[in-house]
Design a protein around this ligand. Sequence first.
Ligand code: UDP
Length: 418
Amino acid sequence: MNRKIVHIEDYKKFVGMETVERVKEKAKLLQGLRVAHVNSTFYGGGVVEILSPLVLLMNSVGINTEWRVIQGSPDFFGVTKKMHNALQGGKINLGKRKKQIYEDVVYQNAIRNHLDHDIVVIHDPQPLPMINHYRKKGPWVWRCHVDLSHPNPVLWEYLKPFIEKYDAAVFSLKEYAKPLKIPQVFIMPAIDPFCIKNKRLTEREVKERLEHYEIPTHRPLVVQISRFDRWKDPLGVIRAFKIASKKIDATLVLLGNIAIDDPEGEKVYDSLLEARSEKIVIISREDTALVNALQSRAAVVLQKSIREGFGLTVAEAMWKGTAVIGGNVGGIRYQIEDGVNGFLVSSVKQASERIVQLVKDEKLRHSMGERARETVKKKFLIIHSLEKYLDFFNAFETNYKLNCSVLEDSYLEQSCSN
Ligand code: UDP
């Protein structure tokens, strides 16, 4: 069988020839470069969604890119999940035992992984201390995907010495910039328009998927798709839907999965189950075609997060021309322009009002949805992310220093200096 991966040329139909040629030019300067991405799960969550297409596309433009996943015990992922929560502002009791589990497991992974690449990109806090155990052969970059607007100060002080060993840090938004001794660069995530989750499905395929899971379609669908995580505020979604239901007749579908590196998911899922009813469907299944079918068919997609580095689910639904209501936090505020290509909300009450408005007004849903798709086409497809990474890689000098002066302002905040 002839197997094929997505090539940069395939993006022409979405972004045009000029963009594709420009990106190819940028890649020419990096031919044969050896890059390693390191994260903590092959499955579940936005980082995987980004790395899966990005790593392949990087290879397709001539960069020898690998993806390594660190292994960890449940104890380790218990600690790193607490760190994830605390980086987003939660509490953490960071005792000696937790630090030891964290640093020991990372050390074991460092022994197992021989990273002698020209550039190493470490994703999120889980593998962060790996840098302590290598003699660098090129720049090491820490790419943090979480909403860093209110990190827990105790945790931040503990992580900072690890972070400052890197040659640069990459965050999703400028407002996540921190007082650090290293340059900070900003790259927003993006989605893969070719994968099963995001390609256009026929009406029949959508119907088939929804029927398979016995999702009722005789009423408009209000949908949230997210890991079962308290920062995604699934309880707030249920409350908003219940209030809205007094004025509209709709079905709420909450679809979620539980990432391997997220030990809290099960508990959050269980806490929702008592809300199940004829009009509230809660599903925990891993089925990307179902994600697509729901995002395509929904009258409204919600992403009512309380913290969100960047909502891939928001971009995915916008790409399908669906009206999205997003929490007015983090990256979502850069994806949705309130009232133009979706709505931003800051409370359960606001969410319920917007649900009612959108379910009642089909014309508004369509016009917002069209603008939403255009936004994603312009800014949030993987090719855009690839271009940013290429610019970023090209900006490193032979001494591993980042030459910020060759990067456009959009990548930088003021403290970027050599
Ligand atoms: N996702 C999925 N199935 C689910 C829940 C989520 O495939 O049941 C996917 C979702 O479509 C998106 C990713 O997981 O691609 C979540 O990324 P996002 O940035 O929205 O949130 P994160 O999990 O990284 O906090």
